[in-house]
Design a protein around this ligand. Sequence first.
Ligand code: NAP
Length: 292
Amino acid sequence: MPNMQPSSVPTFHLGLIGYPLGHSLSPKIHTAALEACGLEGNYSLFLIQPDDKQGLKDLLTRVRTGEIHGLNVTIPHKQNVIEFLDELTPTAKAIGAVNTIYSHNNKLIGDNTDAPGFLCDLRKFLAESPSPVLGEGLGVRARLVLVLGAGGSARAVVYALVNAGWEVTVAARRIEQAQQLASHFEEVKSVELNLQTFQRSNLQLLINTTPIGMTPHTDQSPLPEKMTLPKDTLIYDLVYNPRETKLVRDARSQGISATTGLGMLIEQAALSFELWTAHNPPRNILYASVVE
Ligand code: NAP
């Protein structure tokens, strides 16, 4: 919460650290959140080069002094910021990455809202899907999920899935990256991402955490061309730009339920916003801010 005199109106100075940041939707989402909650404030983009440790340190000092009230963190700094923080929440510690920073009791805290944001949106997607065996707590059959990619977002996704009771296999083109991620969790399997990955998999949920299909490469999909999946497979693509990725479009044309990661983006933003301001912003207004 911002430092303020008893009678003053708080002004929340928020922002995002990353590089590059050209296409970030976060300013629109957080500006809409401030307005919807009747709060004064702004959300700035802080471009910090990948190797600029001093730049990171200086910016975080501004959070420590109360000049900035909250920061999001994105590529390539989600791990780089950790050495400048005083404490990590248990979620950030378990994932090994931070996407939200704030000051509490004169301590700089690093949190991660990607995992709960993803899980919240996944639950909405599952609840709306026509495949009731996958409903939370229904456990009619094993809940098998294949996660494509083993980078930063995969760590948050796998953490969330394991905690929600899914049986997780991680597939990466560099098997050692998948093995490294899996080694942080009990009973997570790792495989190499190739054509056989899909032929051998028996899964209910497929999650893409690679950037394949992201603008400008909108004609690409992580799935092999003309591959058919069982009709009751569900697909969650973390990529949210374009609004409908090729993976999602191809799945829907086969009658398979699929969604992009826009809902996760909104949820993680809303959770960060709540940590900074103690206000829970209305999701429909946040969606409207990014949907033309
Ligand atoms: P990252 O840390 O760079 O990880 C990307 C992963 O995908 C790595 O395992 C990488 O393997 C793999 N990969 C990249 N290109 C590939 C290819 N052509 N074929 C096979 N594997 C490939 O990135 P990230 O932070 O996890 O983000 C990944 C995507 O998720 C981005 O599109 C991002 O916008 C999206 N995302 C969405 C949300 C949301 O809120 N919806 C949140 C976070 C991220 P190598 O290391 O071998 O390249």
